[in-house]
Design a protein around this ligand. Structure first.
Ligand code: PTT
Ligand code: SF4
Length: 612
């Protein structure tokens, strides 16, 4: 089957067995790969209500038809499972050599089941699958673990590994891959840890099946050069993702002091220009000619790679305006293997809760020493408070009480990304309706919203744009599995993706074919959530309450006195549901399910939750 290897590797850690399974061309065309494969497998194979941190959950690595192919930015993989932080469908996208190596080993996906009887490293070399002890690195951080693996297998292998955060099942533990790369902030590192799976190592030597190998090679090589030229001209990778920090500060969208403030006069100290000036190394994902991983030395002399989300949430959000200090928090998150974004939000929430008297404690904003100590206690669950904060801000707020849930910056349990939507309705909607909890990756509407529409508007144009972006970002890029940055940051044409797809598959698809798959994937994710939360209602798609709070407004500047309004937000949400064909709880109607080819899945879900 061109375009896909046609095989999935299924591994059972309890029984230490594995088998190769084939999938049909119909399955491939219906679900494409990556997120599409992951949600379909999880929907079909997980019984609703299972413990995401128990042996019944599955850890999936899924690739797409262009993953690992020498073409722009294809060194990406999806990690997925039932999320320990949200209890719904969870996934993440990370740069890794696994993208190419697993496909070369002959597989488009890996499904890991069960629970090992001791710390384990799964090693896949083409047909050979080994379950090796990992006791030597259990309890160690991701840097040491990576070095240990490289020393055994060389640097060319694909690696996924976890740190102490994953081992101790911190609900927002991530999976680490290469230098500076991490993903699965919905807790995929904790899912690995719950299975005692310390690492996955992959090496493959077969060609990836492609219909027009010569055509793809020529096109891919030319496009890699062109993207490089475009980046040189645009200068995007000079500041990388942190280039956006100065703009967020300028437009009152920066998270400062647990999102209480939207701007800070010292923000320039941690902006993209300062980051570039401090650069000591550059990292990137495989097959990338616009590498954006900027590393600097932290305040203890260690190398840490910084992205905007990390800088904003571990810096200004904690009122830390020193890049080297902030970098040390980033380094610790990377080494422990916990999500920088949730970590930043959890710490800021804790400081805010102490400030507001919801809980007693000595931690506060601008407390570098306290932040370092707490990250260690969280990753190891080594103190009472570390143990509570390891559960995420929603569960911590439930514990603290005193109305603190209102300023726990999360949606569906997942902490929000670094865009302060106190008065940005469209981006707030993007967080609200993101299918995995608050994440900017599905729909980054903020630049369109602030540059091309009125900030005040709650009109249908914003709901329409959120859907358009979800189709591209959460649908196309997460299931063809490739980095979206050439398109977003350099304006690389979307039509390249059907071109690559057609060259590898021999089919003749247009972008419209991908939008159909994307809508199918979003609908199935909704059904997954419905089975887990049959009583769900539209309130689950609301952003944090503090953004609606008149007591939380900016007191000066262009958005002084402004906040989100409940009625208007609800209207915007309704526009979104109407355009998507969802009912008033935000669940696809039977007619919508029929239209996207999910009638059967709808009937299966209906046993648990009502469909209209
Ligand atoms: C992603 C989320 C992000 S999104 C960032 S910074 W960003 C944080 N990075 C972390 C990190 O680093 N260490 C850590 N311990 N935790 C971290 N958590 C946070 O994780 C990433 C880039 C970036 S940098 C972004 S936006 C783009 N994301 C893409 C995406 O989602 N899909 C896609 N098709 N292409 C993308 N390209 C870009 O990739 P999650 P990476 Mg990450 C150190 O996974 O769970 O989605 O969370 O993947 O390989 O590091 O590349 O300003
Ligand atoms: Fe990775 Fe950045 Fe390149 Fe995307 S642009 S593939 S995130 S290094």
């Amino acid at each position: 089957m061109n375009g896909w290897t046609g095989q999935i590797l299924r591994v059972n850690l309890t029984a230490k067995t594995f088998k190769k399974e084939t999938f049909s061309e119909d399955f491939a065309r219906k679900w494409l790969g990556g997120r599409g494969f992951a949600v379909k497998i999880l929907f079909d194979e997980l019984a609703p209500g299972i413990d995401p941190l128990g042996p019944d959950n599955k850890f999936i690595v899924a690739l797409g038809p262009i993953s690992g192919i020498p073409a722009p930015n294809t060194g990406k993989a999806i990690v997925a499972g039932k999320s320990p932080i949200t209890g719904g469908y969870g996934d993440g996208n990370l740069g890794t050599r696994v993208a190419e190596q697993l496909r070369r080993a002959g597989f488009d996906a890996l499904i890991v089941e069960g629970r090992a009887d001791g710390p384990t490293m799964l090693v896949i070399q083409d047909d050979k699958v080994e379950f090796l002890p990992a006791d030597e690195v259990w309890g160690k951080g991701t840097y040491e673990t990576n070095d240990w693996i490289y020393a055994k297998y060389g640097k060319g292998v694909g690696v996924l590994n976890i740190g102490q955060g994953g081992e101790n099942m911190v609900r927002y533990a991530v999976v680490r891959s290469l230098e500076g790369r991490a993903g699965g902030r919905t807790g995929m590192g904790a899912v690995m840890g719950s299975k005692l799976l310390k690492a996955v190592v992959v090496k493959g030597t077969n060609p990836i099946p492609q219909a027009d190998l010569a055509g793809m090679k020529k096109s891919g090589a030319g496009d890699l050069r062109e993207v490089q030229q475009m980046d040189k001209k645009a200068g995007w990778s000079i500041q990388g993702t942190n280039g956006v920090l100065a703009w967020c500060n300028e437009v009152n969208a920066l998270p400062v002091r647990n999102f209480r403030k939207t701007q800070h006069p010292d923000a320039w100290k941690v902006d993209g220009e300062r980051l570039n000036n401090a650069r000591v190394a550059t990292y990137g994902c495989p097959n990338c000619t616009m590498r954006c991983g900027i590393a600097i030395h932290d305040d203890e002399g260690r190398e840490a790679e910084l992205d905007y989300e990390n800088v904003a949430l571990l810096g200004p959000n904690l009122e830390i305006f020193d890049l080297a200090q902030m970098a040390s928090l980033n380094y610790l998150c990377d080494d422990y293997g916990i999500d920088t974004m949730s970590s930043g939000c959890v710490l800021s929430f804790y400081a805010d809760a102490i400030d507001h008297g919801a809980v007693a404690g000595t931690y506060g904003f601008n407390d570098l020493k306290g932040s370092k100590r707490l990250l260690g206690e969280i990753a190891r669950r080594s103190s009472d408070i570390g143990n509570i904060l390891a559960e995420g801000s929603m569960r911590a707020a439930r514990k603290f009480g005193h109305g603190s849930i209102d300023y726990a910056m999360q949606v569906k349990g997942l902490e929000v990304a670094a865009y302060n939507c106190k008065f940005i309705p469209g981006m707030a909607l993007a967080f609200g309706v993101s299918p995995i909890g608050a994440h900017h990756k599905e729909s980054w509407i903020i630049t369109f919203e602030l540059k091309q529409t009125s900030r005040e508007s709650y009109g249908p144009e914003k709901a329409q744009k959120v859907i358009e972006l979800q189709r591209i970002r959460g649908g196309l890029f997460e299931s063809i599995v490739s980095c979206r940055f050439p398109w977003i940051e350099l304006g690389w044409g979307l039509e390249s993706y059907p071109k690559y797809f057609n060259l590898v598959s021999g089919l003749n698809w247009t972008l419209d074919d991908f939008w159909v798959i994307s809508d199918r994937i979003y609908s199935l994710i909704k059904l997954f959530w419905l089975r887990e939360y049959p009583q769900t209602d539209r309130k689950a798609d609301y952003p944090p309450a503090v953004w609606f709070d008149p007591a939380n407004v900016d007191t000066e500047g262009p958005i002084a006195g402004k906040h989100l309004e409940y009625d208007k937000y609800d209207g915007l949400l309704q526009h979104y549901y109407d355009l998507r064909g969802y009912d008033k709880r935000g669940i696809p109607t039977k007619a919508t399910l029929e239209r996207v080819g999910l009638a059967e899945e709808g009937r299966a879900a209906e046993k648990y939750g009502k469909l209209t």
